[in-house]
Write a protein that binds this ligand. Structure first.
Ligand code: FE
Ligand code: FE
Ligand code: MG
Length: 162
């Protein structure tokens, strides 16, 4: 960011970078959980489930990119080592050890609920700063997470009607 951009965000930049790196860890974990889940999943409506999981994987990766870009704009450095993803995340990585469709959907629904809670808290926090650009970035991400939860819950409902 340039001089004026930096001046507006001011002393909040450092704390925001910390918080966004934690969210970046979450996004990478979510990305991998969806990506590998789409490969191993077995059960009813498998092609539809795989399609949804893969779509969500690419959206989580997009979120990771949005966060990393904002971190750099704020003068920070995005997490450089995947070893940090486990320790820094707000939500825990839930390995899809049971490939059944319902189990994987439940795990990812739980993940989305954690993401929604995390981003909601983050928005309330950013509201107390003067960084409206970060507010908008996180608001956009949260909108996707709300949609993700809804999509997975709808799939689960459809599967239960088979
Ligand atoms: Fe995400
Ligand atoms: Fe999501
Ligand atoms: Mg979707």
């Amino acid at each position: 960011m340039g001089t004026k951009g930096k001046e507006i965000v001011g002393k909040d930049a450092k704390e925001l970078v910390e918080l966004f790196n934690k969210a970046l860890a979450d996004e990478w974990n979510a990305y991998y959980q969806y990506w590998v889940g789409a490969l191993v999943v077995r059960g009813p409506m498998r092609p539809d489930v795989q399609k949804e999981l893969s779509e969500h994987a690419s959206e989580e990766l997009k979120h990771a990119g949005m966060l990393a870009e904002r971190i750099i704009q704020l003068g920070g450095t995005p997490l450089l080592n995947p070893k940090e993803f486990e320790a820094k995340g707000n939500c825990k990585y839930d390995a899809p050890t049971d490939p059944s469709v319902t189990k994987i959907l439940d795990q990812n629904i739980k993940g989305e609920q954690c993401a929604i809670e995390t981003y909601n808290k983050l928005l309330l926090k950013i509201k107390t700063t003067s960084d409206m650009i970060s507010f908008n970035t996180i608001r956009k991400i949260m909108e996707d997470e709300v949609k993700h939860e809804e999509d997975l819950e709808m799939l689960k409902e459809d599967i239960s009607m088979i």
